[in-house]
Design a binder for this molecule. Structure first.
Ligand SMILES: *Cc1c(COP(=O)(O)O)cnc(C)c1O
Length: 428
């Protein structure tokens, strides 16, 4: 049996209909933005391997720091014990984040960072004996992860339909735009005045898996102002947007109003190791800081603050702080701006938009917009056959490259997209 047959025999892949999916591509090595398959074919990773990679694959500096750490301390229980990589990472994050953030809670991935945030928010009110504060507000089309709490706060979607009746009740509000902002503000005012709202969770500036839906910091500020005025705990899910993705270190850096809690994962380790963190303000932490045992935050994972993951994050954050990385991000942004102008002249696409290193648009198809739009598979294959990994969300095509992508590689990504659009036969 070859590797692909052995894969098929024993492995169940994520987000994959195993019956109809193409056989997986066997990647043997990767360097920079390039994935190198076992058969020698190369693919430009234009989605940063599900949005996690920022400094390129197999980055030598990060790899070496993980290797050194592995020889020193691979893991230790994090209750009752601590270690240097976690201490340094927490310091670094607190330094990078806006001033009011004060405590870092570790977990393993984006979904767990959201679970932690939601549990912190709910227990915050419980610890304060405000038992009526149980309602959570979130955006329609939000995506916060695949565990039950994260699914609950996520928008209703085909992904979580089978579990709908097990998900807790969340009030979903529309994403703000110029037309609905006043109405949304009125709606939010009315909701928070019921004094039962515990938290408002949102992906700042871009709803990722929901279709790369973008909205302005000004509109978010207006909503946050209302929530903050009524002491609602605001949770920024920056699992996707964190660490330079939107052009600034965090998407909340574009805001005047600030959240109480922020969730980070994906790019935090440069894409090397699974790690999630939930960082909160002193206000949240204080509600748990007590002589009463019941006020403890009873949450933790076996691999909490894994030293290898923390060290990967320390290495990645060092690279992120270097001038070189800033230059790379700016280069992607300028290239995107040009490409965006080109796309805007095309008849077969609509809704061309960008925020920092993320560019997205919809292909106008007879089927209309849906995650299950058949153009998804067609586009995916077209790009793959030409050595570019892009994974459209339905008819939404987006680019989210590692910051280290070269201008030549990025141009190739743009070219295959333009080629794909020009060979489409239906007329909009
Ligand atoms: C990917 C994502 C998550 C879930 O992270 P996982 O590591 O896949 O569990 C949560 N929130 C947002 C905004 C994401 O993009």
């Amino acid at each position: 049996m070859n590797f692909i047959e052995r894969d098929k025999q024993n492995i169940w892949h994520p987000f994959t209909q195993m019956k109809t999916a193409f056989p997986p591509v066997h990647i043997e090595r990767a360097k920079g933005a390039m994935l190198i398959a076992a058969d020698g074919i190369q693919y430009i990773d234009a989605v940063s391997s599900w949005w996690v990679n920022i400094h390129g694959h197999s980055n030598e500096y990060i790899a070496n720091r993980i290797a050194e750490q592995a020889k020193k301390l691979e893991h230790v229980i994090f209750a009752g014990f601590t270690h240097t990589p976690a201490i340094e990472l927490a310091e670094r994050l607190i330094e990078l984040l806006p001033e009011h953030f004060s405590k870092v809670f570790f977990s393993d991935n984006g979904s767990t960072s959201v679970e932690v945030a939601v549990k912190m928010a709910l227990q915050y009110w419980h610890n304060k004996n405000c038992f009526q504060k149980t309602k959570i507000i979130a955006f329609e089309n939000a995506y916060h992860g695949d565990t039950f709490g994260a699914m609950s706060v996520g928008g209703k979607s085909a992904f979580n339909k089978p579990f709908q009746e097990y998900l807790f009740d969340v009030t979903h509000i529309a994403l703000p735009n110029e037309n609905n902002i006043e109405q949304l503000k009125t709606q939010l005012e009315a909701l928070v005045k019921e004094y039962n709202v515990a938290a408002f969770i949102f992906e700042p500036l871009i709803l990722g898996a929901g279709g790369m839906l973008m909205y302005t910091p000004e509109h978010l500020d207006e909503l946050l102002k209302i929530a903050n005025a009524h002491s609602v705990i605001c949770i920024a899910d920056e699992v996707m947007t964190g660490f330079g993705r939107t052009g600034r270190t965090f998407a909340i850096n574009y805001l005047k109003q600030q959240p109480d809690i922020i969730c980070l994962s994906k790019g935090i380790t440069g894409g090397f190791m699974p790690l999630g963190v939930t960082v909160c303000s002193e206000r949240i932490f204080e509600a748990f800081y007590s002589d009463e045992k019941e006020k403890t935050f009873f949450h933790g994972h076996s691999y909490t603050a894994n030293p290898l993951a923390c060290e990967a994050a320390n290495a990645s954050l060092f690279l992120l702080s270097e001038e070189k990385c800033r230059t790379e991000i700016n280069a992607i942004v300028s290239a995107h701006v040009n490409f965006l102008q080109m796309l805007k002249n095309l008849k077969k696409v609509t809704n061309v938009r960008m925020q920092g290193t993320i560019l997205a648009f919809e292909i106008i198809t007879p089927e209309g917009s849906s995650y299950f739009n058949t153009i998804q598979k067609e586009a995916y294959s077209y790009f793959m056959e030409r050595g570019v990994l892009l994974r459209p969300l339905g008819n939404t095509i987006y680019i989210m490259p590692p910051y280290c992508i070269t201008p030549e590689e990025l141009n190739k990504v743009y070219e295959v997209i333009l080629d794909f659009i020009s060979q489409l036969t239906f007329t909009p």
